[in-house]
Design a protein around this ligand. Structure first.
Ligand SMILES: *[C@@H]1O[C@H](CO)[C@@H](O)[C@H](O)[C@H]1NC(C)=O
Ligand SMILES: *[C@@H]1O[C@H](CO)[C@@H](O)[C@H](O)[C@H]1NC(C)=O
Length: 419
C-alpha cells in the first residue's frame, strides 16, 4: 500500500505556479485583522452559488444596499460551517497567559519546561527572546535573549533533550526573507553557540533529529513563496556538528512551509503544510506582506530505513501552520489547530479548530476534540495527562474562521486518545 510519491509532484508544482500567477493580481494583505480588502461587500458571488443558497428572501427592492446586505448574510452562513468537522466537546481550563502574544514563534518541550521562542508580536514587531512555561507550577518565567542574528519567525527547531538546534527562518518583521544562520541552545546553561549555516536560507522548513543526524527539508525559498524540495542532513552530537558541511538527501515529495515533522520509533513523518505563502510587495521598503494564494495539503509522508518516501493515510482535512502544534503521546501524533483551504468565496484564510490524532498502532486519523476557538501556529506541550496550547492567531469568532487576534493565552484540557 505504501508507494512512492515523487511522480505526482511535477504536475502539482506546475499547477501551483499557475495559481500563483493568477493570484498575483489579487494581491491583498489580510494577514492581519485590520484589512478587509476581500470582505463580502464588493465581492460578486457567482450566480450558481446564489442559486444554491436560494433560501434567502427575494430581493424585491433591487437596491444596491439590499443586495450587499444579502451577500453578507450569505457569506456568514457559509463561513459558519465551512470546513469545521464534527468533534467531541472538551473541557478547557485557562492557564496563565504568556508574557507576550506571538505568531509564528517556535516551541520545544524539555521535561516540565516549554521553551517558547521568537515570533511576531504584531506584523511590524518581532520578538527576539525566549519565555519559559513550567508545567509543574503553571507559571511563566526565565526570559532570556536570543542571539541578534537569529531569525525571528518561521524557524526550524528540534531538541535531543538538552540541546536545541535552531535552523534558518525569517529575519525581521513583515514579509522579509529568511537567513541561513543556524544556532544551538544548551538548555542546561542557557548559552548559545553558532552552528553550520544551511547551504541556502529556508523559510519554515521541516526539521528533525533522526539517526544521529539533523535533517532539514522543504520550506519555502528566499522569496517566501516558492516551495523548496531540497533535503539536507548533518551528523550531530551534544550540540556540535560532527561534519563540516550539510549533505544532500532524498528530496521531499512536496515542498513548502508550515508542516509538522515528527520522529517516532525510528520513522520520520512530515505532515500537512502548504505550497506558497505571503510575499513581500515588490519594491516595498518595509517588505510589506502581500497575499499570494497558497495550496494547503493533507498529505503525510514517511521515511524509514529504506530512505524512500512512503505515502501514509492523509489527515482528515488539509492542515498547515502546525510546525510546533504537535506532541507524541502513547504512540500517537496529536496535532492542534492550524489553517486549511482558503474560503471558496472570500478567499480568506480559514483557521482550524480541531485536534487530530494519528494513531501509529492502527495508522488511522481521528478528530478527538474541539479547541476553545480556531487557531493557527499554536505552540503545544503535554504534561501529566493534559494537552496544553499557547500563542498563535485565533479566529474572528464562532461564525467567522478568518484570522484575527494574535494571542498570548495558554489553555489545557485532559487528553483523551483513541486506543
Ligand atoms: C428600497 O431601497 C431604498 C433605498 O435604500 C429605500 O429608500 C426604499 O424604501 C426601499 N423600498 C422598499 C420597497 O423596500
Ligand atoms: C497512555 O498510556 C498509559 C498506559 O497505558 C495510560 O495510563 C494513559 O492514560 C495513556 N494516556 C492517554 C492520554 O491516553
Amino acid at each position: 500500500m505504501a508507494r512512492q510519491a515523487g511522480k505526482q509532484n511535477c504536475g502539482r508544482l506546475v499547477l501551483v505556479s499557475c495559481l500563483a500567477l493568477l493570484a498575483a493580481g489579487l494581491v491583498g494583505d489580510f494577514l492581519w485583522a485590520s484589512s478587509h480588502r476581500f470582505s463580502s461587500v464588493g465581492m460578486s458571488l457567482p450566480s450558481s452559488f446564489t442559486t444554491v443558497i436560494g433560501q434567502l428572501p427575494p430581493n424585491s427592492n433591487g437596491s444596491n444596499t439590499e443586495k450587499k446586505k444579502n451577500d453578507k448574510v450569505r457569506e456568514r452562513k457559509l463561513s459558519a460551517t465551512f470546513q469545521d468537522l464534527a468533534a467531541p466537546e472538551l473541557k478547557w481550563e485557562k492557564m496563565a497567559a504568556a508574557p507576550v502574544p506571538r505568531l509564528d514563534g517556535a516551541a520545544i518541550q524539555i521535561r516540565n519546561f516549554l521553551y517558547v521562542f521568537a515570533g511576531y508580536g504584531t506584523i511590524d514587531i518581532v520578538h527576539s527572546h525566549v519565555d519559559i512555561y513550567n508545567f509543574v507550577d503553571n507559571t511563566w518565567g526565565g526570559r532570556f535573549d536570543m542571539p541578534k542574528e537569529m531569525a525571528h519567525s518561521h524557524l526550524g527547531m528540534v531538541t535531543d533533550g538538552r540541546y536545541i538546534y535552531i535552523v534558518t527562518g525569517q529575519y525581521g518583521p513583515q514579509c522579509r526573507g529568511p537567513t541561513a544562520k543556524t544556532f544551538v541552545l544548551d538548555t542546561d546553561t542557557n548559552s548559545w553557540s553558532d552552528f553550520v549555516p544551511l547551504p541556502v536560507p529556508r523559510y519554515a522548513p521541516a526539521t528533525q533529529l533522526w539517526r544521529g543526524r539533523l535533517h532539514v527539508m522543504g520550506g519555502s525559498k528566499e522569496n517566501r513563496h516558492t516551495p523548496g524540495l531540497e533535503h539536507w542532513s548533518i551528523a550531530v552530537k551534544d550540540g556540535k556538528a560532527l561534519e563540516k558541511e550539510w549533505r544532500s538527501e532524498i528530496p521531499i515529495p512536496r515542498g513548502g512551509p508550515h508542516r509538522a515533522c515528527v520522529v517516532v520509533h525510528d520513522r520520520l513523518f512530515v505532515i500537512g503544510g502548504q505550497e506558497g505563502d505571503f510575499m513581500a510587495k515588490p519594491g516595498s521598503p518595509i517588505f510589506k506582506c502581500s497575499r499570494r494564494m497558497e495550496v494547503v495539503f493533507s498529505d503525510v509522508y514517511m521515511l524509514d530505513e529504506e530512505m524512500k518516501w512512503k505515502v501514509m493515510p492523509s489527515m482528515p482535512k488539509p492542515d498547515s501552520h502546525i510546525e510546533f502544534a504537535w506532541k507524541v503521546v502513547n504512540n500517537s501524533i496529536v496535532i492542534v489547530g492550524g489553517t486549511t483551504e482558503k474560503h471558496p468565496e472570500t478567499k480568506k484564510m480559514v483557521l482550524v479548530g480541531e485536534i487530530f490524532q494519528f494513531n501509529l498502532n492502527t495508522m488511522k486519523w481521528y478528530v478527538i476534540g474541539k479547541l476553545p476557538y480556531r487557531v493557527k501556529t499554536t505552540l503545544v506541550g503535554y504534561w501529566d495527562g493534559h494537552l496544553y496550547f499557547t500563542s498563535g492567531q485565533r479566529d474572528k469568532g464562532p461564525d467567522d474562521p478568518a484570522p484575527r487576534k494574535v494571542i498570548a493565552e495558554m489553555w489545557r484540557t485532559k487528553l483523551i486518545l483513541n486506543p
